[in-house]
Design a binder for this molecule. Structure first.
Ligand SMILES: Nc1nc2c(c(=O)[nH]1)N[C@H]1C(S)=C(S)[C@@H](COP(=O)(O)OP(=O)(O)OC[C@H]3O[C@@H](n4cnc5c(=O)[nH]c(N)nc54)[C@H](O)[C@@H]3O)O[C@H]1N2
Ligand SMILES: Nc1nc2c(c(=O)[nH]1)N[C@H]1C(S)=C(S)[C@@H](COP(=O)(O)OP(=O)(O)OC[C@H]3O[C@@H](n4cnc5c(=O)[nH]c(N)nc54)[C@H](O)[C@@H]3O)O[C@H]1N2
Ligand SMILES: [Mo]
Length: 651
């Protein structure tokens, strides 16, 4: 533990954040109210100055996965055209970037391959590292409909979550052992003669190496490493392989690891092995995080893709967009969010525009993030609340809330674009995200005037997979899945049917199996830090709690350290007792809650109450080298009783 200050405040209901209704600017170190005119001028001048002094790559944009596709389209265009860099990203980096990386590696496209309707009509559903009952409650209704129809539900999670309680079988694996478990399942499928030879022969490559790599993962070895009883491994393997329609859905239990992309690939391997992809009812689906994080990436608010998920390194693509936008696109990938934070530390990235993100509380090892943001010359935050991140800004711009106060579209985890409409009047003084962005662009020499529909139409004229999705059609059909290249037709609800084609020409690039190595969590358990902490969500709260923390709810019980009763007893702590929780990064305090759904040695916390218990002070920033996502799901901690004299420590 390097920082001995304990970060916790009195538990209980925090003061609600009040909606931002006036711009703020920093004067003599303090944020003070300002007119829109002054705040916008300061924001724009800061960016202009930064670019003039240090070039466009000294700028970074964090775009908002809560806001509309139209805002995300314009945020990436602002970055690429008004500023001239590809440094644009969003919370997808903390979340499903490994899913996008893994799926594009295998199939050339980063979207989930199936649809909710197909999930309802499938025979076997595997929810892997996903607590959908609490984190995807709407999607979970589709799962339950399938279960009522007789589908078999398997849940792979170290904790017996409320999702697992609905499952026919729960596979309680040790944190960070997903690759061994996937290999054990694969070997069992292969040895039972259940591999889908037709699909493997037609649609894949690299099978022999993969099968050889699975060979050491006998049932005994799999059970030893993962902790999952061999009988459950066999049962899942056979059920999934024999299913006529099998759905494999995953979320952060898979992605939020130092090897998140490898974890995703280990599940894709299972889909390829069984042929559960590329046909109706079978699919490989990441259930995405924030309401429009799928859309944000589709719109190009990521450093390596232009709208429509088109690769920036493709010169033809770049030329097309460059021509339409009147500025050449840089022929290289920008920095992702993780890299941008690193570049702040090194002094290379000096001005930053954060729209609807709260990295001060959401980043792993967040005290480090605060230091990095503190290095910036110019920070502009556009949010609906004065978050802890906004409190560090030079200029704060009050926005309207996309989900209820603005017009536009969102895209969900089944790639379905849907209209959203302003249903509430925004508080006086707040301005629409798009209007603010246009105003800033105008101050920087670009005559931007966009309605949401104009932004959308400009985007779909450039992005072939969105070309057929007009507002009129969305109105008429209630929602349309991409790809949708034509206004006259609809594509099937699932992707990659080509992989089943007999004709190699039509089949195109085969999907590769990937040979993977098991690499356990970076934060090793030791005598000093003997417990495994995993972090995640609860139904009653949302992310850093900015939007969900400020009102009373009979459901919400505040932050706790969830422990198995066996550990609590060994530590001599009782339910409700406030304890000291330390990792190699820092320390916090929280009351203990007993949970028999955990296994001994495993603890759980959320990150929903950071104003009271800032759990990201103790999480580790070890990141996936491919996707940049941090290992939020595996920290090593110790828990100590707080001696009577210790409260003086607590700040
Ligand atoms: N109510 C609510 N809903 C939300 C959110 C919210 O804050 N509140 N946030 C939204 C966002 S941004 C996202 S990204 C999604 C996230 O949705 P989920 O990923 O479902 O949520 P988490 O609770 O973070 O993690 C899921 C599970 O991963 C398990 N897990 C931990 N380590 C491992 C491991 O090594 N292997 C496996 N297989 N599993 C492991 C945890 O025990 C946990 O139950 O939810 C979205 N929906
Ligand atoms: N320990 C731990 N930490 C985690 C995770 C974990 O599992 N464990 N999960 C990670 C994941 S998956 C995610 S996605 C991140 C989330 O990280 P963040 O995105 O940084 O956190 P949120 O609390 O979702 O903050 C979203 C912000 O958007 C603002 N906002 C909402 N709507 C609008 C709008 O329409 N316009 C504008 N301008 N602003 C708006 C909200 O007020 C809020 O400040 O956290 C990550 N952090
Ligand atoms: Mo997320």
């Amino acid at each position: 533990m390097t920082d001995t200050t304990v970060r916790s405040r009195r538990k209980g209901q925090r003061e609600p954040y009040t909606r931002l209704t006036r711009p703020l600017v920093r004067e003599a170190g303090v944020l003070v109210p300002a007119s829109w005119e002054e705040a916008l001028t300061r924001a724009a001048e800061g960016f202009r100055h930064g670019v003039a002094e240090r070039g466009p790559d000294s700028f970074g944009m964090f775009s908002c996965a809560r806001s509309t596709n139209e805002l995300n389209y314009l945020a990436q265009k602002f970055t690429r055209v008004v500023i001239g860099t590809n440094n644009v990203d969003s919370c997808n980096r903390t979340c499903h970037a490994p899913s996008v990386a893994g799926l594009s590696h295998a199939f050339g496209s980063g979207g989930g391959t199936s649809s909710y309707q197909e999930v309802e009509e499938s025979d076997v559903i595997v929810l892997w590292g996903s607590n959908a009952r609490e984190a995807h409650p709407i999607f979970f209704q589709h799962v339950l409909r399938a279960v009522r129809r007789g589908a078999r539900l398997f849940v792979v999670d170290p904790r017996r979550t409320s999702t697992a309680q609905w499952a026919e079988r729960h596979l309680p694996l040790n944190v960070g052992t997903d690759i061994p478990l996937a290999y054990g399942i694969a070997r069992e499928i292969i040895h039972s003669g259940l591999a889908n030879e037709v699909f493997i022969g037609r649609g894949t490559e690299g099978y022999a190496d993969y099968a050889a790599a699975a060979e050491p993962w006998t049932l005994a070895e799999t059970e030893r490493v993962t902790g999952v009883p061999a009988a459950l491994v066999t049962e899942l393997a056979r059920a999934y392989a024999r299913a006529d329609r099998g759905q494999l859905c995953w979320t952060l239990g898979i992605t939020e690891h130092h090897n998140g992309t490898d974890n995703v690939l280990s599940l894709i391997n299972l889909g390829l092995l069984t042929g559960h992809v590329g046909r109706y009812g079978s699919g490989l689906n990441p259930l995405r995080g924030q309401n429009n994080v799928q859309g944000g990436g589709d719109m190009g608010a990521i450093p390596n893709r232009l709208p429509g998920f088109q690769d920036i390194l493709d010169p033809e693509v770049r030329a097309r967009y460059g021509q339409a936008w009147g500025r050449e696109i840089q022929p290289r990938y920008g920095w992702n969010l993780t890299q941008m934070l690193d570049r702040m530390e090194r002094g290379d990235l000096t001005s930053c525009f954060i729209i609807g993100e709260n990295p001060v509380q959401s980043e792993a090892d967040c005290l480090h993030t605060v230091k990095r943001l503190g290095n910036l010359d110019h920070l502009v935050v556009q949010d609906i609340f004065l978050t802890k991140t906004a409190q560090l800004a030079d200029v704060v711009l009050p926005a309207t809330a996309a989900w209820c106060e603005t017009d536009g579209t969102f895209t969900n985890s089944e790639r379905r674009v849907q209209r959203v409409r302003a249903a509430l009047r925004p508080p006086a003084g707040a301005r629409d995200d798009i209007a603010i962005l246009c105003d800033l662009a105008r101050r920087l020499g670009h005559d931007w005037h966009y309605t949401p529909e104009q932004a959308w139409d400009e985007m779909r004229a450039l992005a072939p997979n969105h070309a057929g999705i007009s507002y009129a059609r969305l109105e008429q059909l209630g929602g349309i899945q991409w790809p949708c290249p034509s206004e006259d037709s609809l594509e099937p609800s699932y992707l990659h049917a080509r992989l089943w084609e007999q004709d190699p020409e039509r089949r195109g690039r085969p999907a590769p199996f990937t040979v993977l190595e098991h690499r356990p969590p970076v934060d090793r358990l030791s005598e000093e830090y003997p417990l495994r902490l995993t972090t995640g969500r609860r139904l009653d709260s949302y992310n850093t709690g900015v939007q969900s923390g400020g009102f009373d709810s009979p459901l919400r019980r505040g932050e706790t350290l969830d422990l198995h009763p066996v550990d609590a007893e060994a530590l001599g702590v009782a339910e409700g007792e406030e304890v000291l929780i330390s990792s190699r990064r820092g320390a916090i305090t929280a009351p203990v809650r007993l949970d028999r759904g955990l296994s001994p040695g495993l603890a759980f916390m959320t990150f929903h109450f950071p104003d009271e218990v800032d759990v990201n002070v103790i999480t580790i920033e070890a990141t996936c080298p491919v996707a940049g996502t941090a290992e939020y799901k595996a920290a090593a901690i110790r828990v100590d009783r707080i001696p009577a004299a210790a409260p003086a420590l607590i700040s």
